[in-house]
Ligand binder design. Structure first.
Ligand SMILES: Nc1ncnc2c1ncn2[C@@H]1O[C@H](COP(=O)(O)OP(=O)(O)OC[C@H]2O[C@@H]([n+]3cccc(C(=O)O)c3)[C@H](O)[C@@H]2O)[C@@H](O)[C@H]1O
Ligand SMILES: Nc1ncnc2c1ncn2[C@@H]1O[C@H](COP(=O)(O)OP(=O)(O)OP(=O)(O)O)[C@@H](O)[C@H]1O
Ligand SMILES: NC(=O)CC[C@H](N)C(=O)O
Length: 583
């Protein structure tokens, strides 16, 4: 039997972690706006109320209680929206007594819940069944699964249709979707917080398409967007038909609401896009994105947007008035400057060139040129006088000893000290500029170029740094704009300029080789034996893997930075510092 069309909306929401009142206010406003445009079912992401992941806040009874009461208040606030169901994710504390069967917990147990708010109250609660505990996920530390509690599927009835709820990881497995279908679901609504890494959106859509086909149901995927510490959420929410074909998609990295509809008979529902409405008033979108049919970004565009989003939200959500960085005339600080300007605007970014006696003329010429192109505040502070003072102070110990890394590191530390002083006076955060190849090999100085608050490109290998710089310039050229990064910065051989005529490749293998070994050994867990079998030179394998192991201590003292690969030096890299194991 044919039914009237069901209009629904997916909130591609950017929560501020822990700001329960602020998130609830914005969720309420977005739900009202979607309802006003005709949506009767509005789906928000996983843990949208508190932000994902709340980490050990989930161990605090006061946090759980505040989440539970905010959900009740939000339900009551929407009482004047008849016919609207808002489904949103939040942590729900359980009563200690009887809540957990066969398991004794010291802490108050909680579920990763989806609440159905309608008619002024919480009508139903669904408990996530599959709790991810790999990569960056730690959900078994905090939650009890719905299956473990003996809880079943939850269906939302709307317009004569039955919609089954799932939460993120649930949809990567067979059982939860099958259980929802067995309970009578005619379409699946999935609430998600699926952190970005390169290629993730394609992987995610492929997995969800398999799920839709396996149960023969359409699937609507509401995803979060925005940065949360080292993680970035890329949005690109979507709706699939029962054959797994994408029928509607929100743009990546843009906050807003994807409107779609389900037509056809209850047993053969067919989704279609209606529109995507950006949260930011006046934001312009390509026509296909505004129509709810956004395309996925290309490889470099995707990484670029992740980095810009990560910086914007880390700086913005932590309340910094702006950012400062050391601009050397090299490619790494150039890329970070271009990202920061796009994220924050030129007026909130300051670049400081701090030449030493080893700084080549072209370094400061290029640094000045770049700062002018981007219109940022630019200053030069010579470090030679400070170097002379340090040497004087240390003369008793340095006398008769050859210059070595000690003097090189002093330069980096003077720069770090100056930048941190500028940060302290202005309140602006220092962005560090080390890339993944350097973080891996320890090619960076503790309390020197590692001093700062946020490591923007710490998960971007050097070869990708070059690709991103070229891509960004080409984008500018295609739009008829001035290229932000002077060509010479991209083509000159990389050097730390810490001694005369220094070049990175004097002490490291070529970056193409280093990055390839890094990707296999660090990101894919390949063994030294495998790398040798794959044809890498034994000396390079030995060098790179030894450096990765030796420099764990440095990485433990590094600022956090944006994760763009499936394995970053961060939450998913927990190696011992003291260890003799090599393989
Ligand atoms: N296991 C361990 N646990 C805790 N601390 C440990 C440690 N091993 C050494 N240390 C400490 O760490 C110190 C060594 O680390 P650190 O002082 O940083 O200095 P270090 O690693 O010796 O030197 C820095 C290296 O990075 C290169 N660099 C510097 C700056 C920028 C760039 C670039 O291209 O961007 C490259 C530079 O050319 C040099 O090769 C030791 O003196 C010791 O105090
Ligand atoms: N002359 C300088 N003026 C300002 N900052 C500097 C200067 N030299 C180094 N820095 C800071 O220290 C960081 C490490 O720089 P270094 O030149 O040692 O190596 P790098 O990794 O090749 O970086 P880059 O490509 O930015 O030069 C730079 O990215 C920059 O932030
Ligand atoms: N929050 C979750 O359950 C996320 C797990 C999931 N496999 C993802 O990254 O998409």
């Amino acid at each position: 039997m044919s039914l009237p069309s069901l209009a629904f909306a997916l909130l591609q929401f950017n929560p501020v972690l822990g700001d329960l009142a602020g998130n609830a206010r914005r969720l309420e406003a977005a739900a009202r706006a979607a309802h006003a445009r005709g949506a009767t079912v509005v789906l928000a992401p996983e843990l949208a109320l508190c932000g994902y992941p709340p980490e050990d806040l989930l161990l605090r009874p006061a946090f759980l209680a505040a989440c539970a009461s905010t959900v009740q208040a939000l339900a009551a606030a929407l009482a004047d929206c008849p016919g609207l169901s808002l489904i949103l994710g939040h942590p729900q504390p359980l009563d200690r007594a009887g809540a957990v069967r066969g398991r004794s917990l010291q802490r108050q147990p909680a579920i990763n819940a989806a609440a159905v708010l309608a008619g002024g109250r919480v009508q139903a609660l669904y408990a996530k069944r599959e709790l991810p505990n790999y990569q960056v996920f730690d959900e078994r530390r905090y939650f009890v699964g719905g299956r473990e509690l003996g809880l079943g599927p939850v269906l939302v009835e709307a317009g004569g249709r039955r919609l089954g709820l799932l939460i993120c990881e649930d949809a990567w497995f067979d059982e939860p979707a099958e259980a929802a279908k067995a309970a009578g679901a005619q379409a699946l609504l999935v609430l998600n917080a699926s952190p970005y890494h390169r290629g993730k959106s394609a992987e995610r859509e492929a997995r969800m398409a398999e799920r839709a086909r396996a149960v023969g149901l359409p699937l609507a995927y509401a995803h979060g967007v925005g940065g949360q510490d080292e993680m970035v959420f890329d949005g690109a929410s979507f709706v699939l038909d029962a054959a797994g074909t994408v029928q509607a998609r929100a743009p990546a990295f843009v906050e807003g609401t994807l409107h779609a509809a389900i037509d056809g008979p209850a047993d053969a529902p067919q989704p279609r896009p209606l529109a995507f409405v950006p949260a930011e008033a006046g934001a312009t979108l390509p026509p296909e994105a505004a129509a709810g049919r956004a395309t996925l970004p290309g490889e470099e565009a995707e990484v670029w947007a992740a980095l810009v989003t990560g910086v914007r939200d880390y700086v913005g959500k932590n309340g910094f008035p702006g950012a400062i960085l050391g601009l050397s005339g090299g490619i790494d600080s150039a890329l970070v400057l271009a990202i920061a300007v796009e994220a924050l605007g030129a007026d909130r970014v300051r670049a400081v060139m701090m030449p030493s006696p080893y700084t080549a003329d072209i370094s400061w010429l290029d640094a000045r040129d770049m700062a002018e192109r981007l219109g940022v505040q630019y200053d030069e502070i010579a470090i030679a006088p400070a170097m002379a003072r340090f040497r004087e102070a240390l003369a008793f110990d340095f006398a008769g000893k050859p210059e070595d890394a000690t003097e090189e590191n002093l330069q980096a530390r003077i720069r770090g000290t100056l930048l941190m002083a500028l940060s302290n006076k202005s309140g602006r955060i220092v962005l560090t500029t080390g890339n993944k190849s350097e973080m891996a090999t320890g090619y960076c100085t503790l309390y020197g170029d590692m001093a700062g608050g946020f490591a923007v490109i710490k998960d971007v290998a050097k070869t990708l740094v070059w690709r991103l710089a070229r891509w960004r310039n080409a984008e500018a050229a295609a739009r008829g704009e001035i290229e932000p990064i002077p060509e010479r910065i991209i083509v000159r051989p990389p050097s730390a300029e810490l001694r005369p005529d220094q070049c990175d490749q004097d002490s490291l293998p070529p970056y193409e080789v280093l990055d390839a070994i890094l990707a296999r050994y660090m990101e894919d867990d390949a063994s030294i034996e495998q790398l040798l079998a794959e044809g890498y030179a034994p000396a390079d394998v030995e060098r790179v893997t030894r450096l990765i192991q030796l420099n764990e201590y440095k990485r433990r003292q590094a600022p956090i930075g944006i994760r763009i690969t499936h394995r970053a030096f961060g939450r998913d890299w927990r190696y011992p510092i003291t260890s003799k194991f090599r393989a």
